[in-house]
Write a protein that binds this ligand. Sequence first.
Ligand code: ZN
Length: 518
Amino acid sequence: MAADIRRLKEKLAIIEDLRGASSVLSWDQETYLPPDGIEARASQLATLERVIHERFTSDEIGELIEEAEAEIQAEVQAEVQAEVRADGPAEAGLEADAGLIRVVRREYDRSTSLPVEHVVRFAETTARAMPAWNRARSESDFQLFRPHLEAIVDLCREKAEAIGYTNEPYDALLDEFEPGMTTADVEREFLDLRSRLVPIVDAIAEKEAPSAEVLHQTFDEVKQWDFGLDVIRDFGFDFDRGRQDHSAHPFTIHFASTDVRITTRVDKLFFSPGFFGTLHAAGHGMYEQGVAGELARTPLAHGSSLGMHESQSRLWENQVGRSRQFWTRYYPDLQALFPAELADVDGESFYRAVNRVQPSLIRVEADEVTYNLHVMLRFELERALITGDLLVKDLPSAWNEKMEAYLGLRPGNDAEGVLQDIHWSMGALGYFPTYSLGTLMSSQIFDTAQKELPDLSEEIGRGHFNHLLGWLQENIYRHGRIYTSQDLLERVTGSKLDSSHWLAYIRSKFGGIYGDLP
Ligand code: ZN
């Protein structure tokens, strides 16, 4: 390895350690921190963030990146001329170094293009906006949140101008979460998807829905928790390299690929959130655990993008965990655990209950079929806020109109409408599209897995997941961030993002429950 790249990696390793330490503090804040520790924790985290930012945006790092870029280019040219490619895993070679430089260059340019004054204002504004959003939501009063959101939209516009973009400011915001994707890409994808999805949603609405009553009973919380753990242990979540804890807002966080934390919230009166939340988090967690050891202590030791990450949580949660084969294997176990509650319910009825389609107001409670419509609505609204076509004061009514147009429902108040998600209060405009991109990718990837693992369905029916996990590790997880999500998807599946995979999955699965779908 060339000298400059080695020196750059040494510097980045220290920054990664600091980031890992900061993540431990954040995780603790959301799980075990006693209430009086909040102030002290906030200053500890702020100090670490400042140290990380100063180290990462230093001139020295900038110079090392520049020198490393020249070295990489020379090495790539030498390889091309020699017409040979080094053997061995990508994680140890030139491709990994090239990926590292791509990731670090992008992050460095983004971080240094923002004046420190802007970064501080952004942090202060969102720190005040989050409690305001919480209050506004509990009182269902958008006006309490409105001035904060106006400030955030202004700051996001400023940020986009400072960072730069190809066609429109929203590009710069989206790029933070899904590098390489543009607003135009997302728009094209979503327009096409919506035109093909709405007839399916309409057709399902005409048919008789299976009952989901069985899921709404009193389920002992400890038993729910343990059942979820048993299943993700079968999936292959490695408890020597991770653990699950309780938190109000479920999340996955990585200190190192050898230490990945997931959290879940269990509802005593409703089976689905805790159980499927556990599967979802485990999908995120296994991705982080599967990153190759060679990438440890580098910025490559994470999932490729938020969209690719979401594809993995959704694949395990939905393609696996909501499949008929899965419940053939696990329903008898669940029934044995809750004999009184599930005595009169057969496996097929339970499978239909967990796949009931019902347009609803709340995104996080949405079924697989209608979920993407919730995301499209948010994408269109936040994009319009950034272009200035929509003013924050008009947001609640715009929200309600779109809900009615897309899902046929009108929120009765702001809490079940425009105030339901935390993202805007965090300043995370540009984040929502990754949920749908991930959902679409999950089907495309699972289709390829099924082609390459012909016994996959039958294996899921026996609770054997090692081939699937091994395949995902080999093709996706171990690469970390070496490739962009678009490149990785193409490498794995042979084609660019294509929503027809997901639509075919929806048609076939829900056609099996509801009868033929358009
Ligand atoms: Zn997720």
